[in-house]
Design a protein around this ligand. Structure first.
Ligand code: PBG
Length: 401
């Protein structure tokens, strides 16, 4: 049986010509073959289809796209892939955010299936379980009863309040963990803002301004209160100018030189915080004298260079870690800060990102485990050292499998 149709001219690297007769062909290429080759092809290797014009064949008569570098060789087995793998993520990289309230039972959070507002006892159990899986970092977010909220948010530094009480219980029961606490007024604010709302109508917006320095005074009280309770890492998430330095001084003046500050350095005014605000009922209020958004203090999602200004300030003010928030839509900012500063970088995989993954998984549209572990790994690749994620518990289970 003769070859149906052979004979084509390959462009580029080599030129081959074929003279086909049953079972043999001649291959001549300018570069790849020094001389004409005369070969016999076993019947089963015969080219049965018409070669694609422009492609060449090797000395065996098989199609050959001439190239020396073939990156797939480093992916050919799991052994080879694991040999050359650049990044990995484990439970030790995770910071587990937990919502806590004053009730003695748990409540589901509608927009965050799988997350709950925990009772204090439930937080203790959750920490114990996650810690047994290798998660060592926990950050607390309180839902404060409405009657304790005010514009100046004074409940935030009540030593008998929900957060300080829980911090000391956690530190007492689990000496091996680090407890992180959020520094900002919003859970305690009857305005739903991270700072104190001015009662006058000055300012460009014509509506209540968020007072920077007066807010910082409260944040310092809150920070010292949390440090006294035993908090290991403070996370100022408020975005007031100069708060990191002021908090550092207030802590140091009381002897808390070992308490760390993970600054929310590049925190954007993002729609991805929606489910979090549902969880804590902390969204800016319509009744507030201030705008119903946080754009005068959180960053514009259109900007990246501004994050370098924030980072430079935080470094000078004594921050120990720099956080980028949200996470997945802002991987470029993580990389930017990683390349331009020398401090560890934290990424906040925020509530809306959790909700997106969860919703797709619940609909059967994404394979949850693979997608979540990929997302977390990508934070590492982008330059994050620590990842705050509501998936911490589940991811640690998967990572331990
Ligand atoms: C507020 C704060 C927010 C989050 C953490 N701290 C919301 C906001 O700025 O309104 C959001 C976290 C998340 O969405 O998971 N200090």
């Amino acid at each position: 049986m003769g070859l149906d149709k052979v004979g084509f001219v390959a462009g580029g690297v080599g030129t081959c010509s074929f003279t086909g007769s049953a079972g043999s062909l001649t291959v001549a290429t300018e570069r790849r073959c020094q001389s004409n080759l005369q070969m016999t092809i076993a019947p089963e290797q015969k080219i049965l289809r018409t070669p694609v014009p422009g492609l060449t064949v090797n000395s065996d008569g098989n199609v050959w796209v001439p190239q020396r570098a073939r990156p797939r060789r480093n992916r050919k087995t799991e052994g080879m892939r694991s040999l050359v793998r650049e990044n990995s993520v484990g439970p030790q990289n995770l910071v587990y955010p937990l919502f806590v309230h004053t009730k003695d039972y748990n409540e589901e959070i509608e927009s965050m299936p799988g997350c709950e507002r925990h009772s204090v006892d439930s937080v203790m159990n959750e920490v114990k379980f996650a810690h047994s899986l290798g998660v060592n970092q926990f950050i607390l977010f309180p839902k404060i009863p409405e009657e304790l909220k005010s514009n100046t948010a004074d409940e935030c530094y009540n030593p008998d309040g929900l957060v300080p009480q829980l911090v000391s219980r956690l530190k007492h029961s689990f000496p091996g963990i680090s407890v992180w606490t959020d520094v900002a007024l919003d859970p305690y604010s009857d305005q739903g803002h991270d700072g104190i709302v001015s009662s006058d109508n000055r300012g460009d917006g014509g509506k209540g301004r968020i007072l920077n320095d007066e807010t910082i005074e409260q944040l310092c009280r809150q920070s010292v209160c949390q440090a006294r309770a035993g908090s290991d890492v403070l996370g100022p998430s408020d975005m007031m100018d100069g708060r990191v330095g002021a908090i550092r001084d207030a802590l140091d003046a009381e002897g808390f030189t070992d308490v760390s500050i993970c600054s929310y350095t590049a925190k954007y005014a993002s729609a991805f915080y929606g489910p979090f605000r549902d969880a804590l009922d902390s969204a800016p209020r319509e009744s507030s004298n201030a705008p119903q958004n946080k754009k005068t203090y959180q960053m514009d999602p259109a900007n990246s260079r501004e994050s370098l200004v924030e980072a430079a300030n935080d470094v000078l003010e004594g921050a120990d870690m720099l956080m980028v928030k949200p996470g997945m839509p802002y991987l470029d900012i993580i990389r930017l800060l990683k390349d331009n500063t020398d401090l560890p970088i934290a990424a906040y995989h925020v509530s809306g990102e959790y909700a997106m993954l969860k919703a797709a998984a619940m609909n059967g549209w994404l394979d949850e485990k693979t997608a979540v572990l990929e997302a977390l790994l990508c934070f590492k690749r982008a330059g994050a050292d620590a990842i705050l994620t509501y998936y911490s518990r589940q991811a640690a289970i998967w990572m331990n499998e």
